[in-house]
Design a protein around this ligand. Structure first.
Ligand code: ZN
Length: 564
């Protein structure tokens, strides 16, 4: 069935509550493992229906935000989500207390129980008012960001509309765009500081109410990091500092030379080539044909997957009026169907959708038959391994999309992967400081940011732009406000994806087998366990980064980037 024909019906919340509560009571009183197992299956069926309703409404709302019907449905679902959350809390408790836990663990896997434990220890009824407060503040941040009206070329721009100016060949324009953007943050400095200050205190209070020392471990637990610790991450950051930052600095140096900008400033960082960036040579339909060919040639598994996506109308790619911004991949439970949403705009980012988001979708497709619904979606660092690795496995087909720009695309792709890591790690170390020291002042936070920026991004030169010189860059990083501790995940995943990049060029057959294995195990195991089972070296272990970077350096050093 095509996505557009999937029926949507509003869920009857009262009926769901009644039925699930009845099942939970039966579960509690069940006198055999078989009975409990059977009830878990029934609950999963019910959950699938609910999830499907959410997924269809959210997708259709994002495809056309002017459609009043789905706007209302989305509001209805948003309002009722917490009620449904309380059901899953009850379920988790009963799972852990089950008399037949051992047998259940054997059937459904231990990880389900570990996840249940984590979600219980990170929540209690008591913290609901604080969570609501936290939500309010993050939406205040989003609103403040969205309120930016920046005049450029006689027209008003929001923050994301300012991004293309930073890639212009005209340096004065890039500088002007940066100054004007930063003026917005400077004018609202007190507001940004205030929102964050309150968020930190609320998160600290939540942690203490739940019995944690501070928000750090709670943040990790909420992210489902069940097989690594803040100490492991600290050792990872140390490796980045010692083994990756010097190489990234070299790459910034090469860019400075490449674009011929002796005094290389922050607003020169986005200009990768004076000849312009690599762009795909066609529009949506053409790109889909290319992607079909690519996934057919890549493997039987990807052919099956991409045929399923195209035949069932599970891609909505081109930007159009009324469509929400951004891009995502989601999964529609009852139809076992991944869905990819994006806003094609003619840049190389369009190809990334067909490789990165398709990597997420491919993983969901490989994991679609898990009976335990919780196993279909992995934790975020693991999820990004699937997507970022697909970007590299599809390299041999990039010439189909980029033609004469292929080498330029590959160089920029690989170089960008390395250059991003120090920033990602800087964001992470900053957050550890923030939540370990909840009582510092906003100015002390900015000073710490500045110190970390100098440590991890020594090449950076803000050219005297005041707010940036004082450590205010992170105001624009929404993850710091809305998704604490999330950011490091992109870098961890990149370190794994780079290993697949190398293996795909030297031992492709086995690399692909391991990748399939990784995608097929979905979220049934935690991060470290999953990657190690696919012969990917653990990035927390000393030496991994150095080893991972060796072939990357060799490749990048072999390219004459000045000629791209
Ligand atoms: Zn992703």
């Amino acid at each position: 069935m095509k996505f557009k024909d999937y029926p949507y019906t509003r869920i009857d919340i009262e009926k769901v509550m009644e039925e699930e509560n009845k099942l939970l009571l039966e579960f509690e009183n069940a006198d055999s493992f078989e009975k409990q197992s059977d009830i878990i299956d029934q609950l999963n069926e019910s959950k699938k229906k609910i999830q499907t309703s959410f997924q269809i409404a959210y997708i259709r709302n994002s495809i056309d935000t002017t459609d009043e019907f789905y706007e209302k449905e989305k509001q209805f679902l948003d309002m009722n989500a917490p009620v449904l959350g309380s059901l899953s809390n009850k379920y988790n408790k009963l799972l852990l207390e089950s008399k037949f836990r051992k047998e259940l663990e054997e059937k459904f896997g231990e990880h389900l129980f570990i996840m249940a434990e984590y979600s219980l220890k990170t929540f209690s009824e008591e913290i609901i008012p604080l969570l609501q407060e936290e939500n309010k503040l993050t939406s205040q941040y989003m609103k403040l960001q969205a309120s930016a009206k920046i005049m450029m070329d006689g027209k008003e721009h929001n923050l994301s509309q300012m991004a293309p100016y930073l890639e212009l060949q005209d340096r004065e324009k890039r500088r002007e765009a940066t100054l004007k953007t930063m003026a917005f943050f400077e004018e609202n400095e007190d507001k940004f500081d205030n929102i964050y200050h309150q968020l930190v205190h609320i998160r600290d209070a939540i942690a203490k109410k739940l019995g944690y020392e501070n928000y750090v471990q709670l943040g990790y637990d909420k992210m489902g990091r069940t097989d690594y610790t803040p100490e492991d991450v600290a050792n990872y950051r140390k490796q980045v500092y010692e083994d990756l930052v010097p190489f990234a600095t070299e790459l910034w140096d090469r860019q400075r030379e490449r674009i011929g900008q002796e005094d290389f400033k922050y607003y020169d960082e986005f200009l990768k080539f004076t000849t312009g960036n690599a762009t795909p040579k066609g529009k949506e339909e053409w790109m889909i044909e290319k992607a079909k060919k690519m996934y057919k040639e890549l493997s039987p598994e990807t052919e099956e997957f991409f045929t399923f996506m195209t035949e069932n109308g599970l891609l909505d790619l081109t930007a159009k009026k009324g469509k929400a911004g951004g891009g995502y991949c989601t999964f529609i439970s009852e139809y076992k169907a991944p869905f990819i949403f994006s806003n094609f705009n003619g840049t190389s980012g369009d190809v990334d959708v067909l490789t990165h988001e398709a990597g997420h979708a491919f993983q969901a497709f490989r994991s679609r038959n898990f009976e335990v619904l919780e196993y279909i979606g992995p934790t975020s660092e693991l999820a990004e391994v699937h997507s970022m690795s697909m970007e590299f496995f599809t390299w041999p087909w990039m010439n189909e999309f980029f033609a004469e720009d292929t080498e330029k695309y590959k160089f920029a792709h690989l170089e960008g992967a390395v250059k991003f890591v120090p920033y990602g790690v800087c964001v992470d170390e900053f957050q550890h400081f923030v939540y370990e020291n909840p009582n510092v002042t906003p100015d002390e936070r900015k000073a710490e940011w500045k110190r970390l920026e100098e440590k991890y991004l020594p090449h950076r030169d803000y050219d005297g732009i005041d707010i940036l010189e004082r450590g205010g860059f992170w105001f624009k990083q929404s993850h710091i406000f809305a998704m604490p501790f999330y950011y490091i995940d992109y870098t961890l995943a990149q370190m794994c994806a780079l290993q697949f990049w190398h293996r795909s060029r030297t031992d492709r057959e086995n690399a692909w087998k391991d990748y399939i294995k990784l995608c097929s195990s979905g979220g049934s195991k935690p991060f470290v366990h999953s990657i190690e089972a696919s012969n990917i070296k653990n990035p927390f272990v000393s030496g991994t980064i150095k080893e991972t970077l060796k072939p990357v350096k060799e490749y990048l050093n072999s390219i004459n980037d000045k000629e791209l």
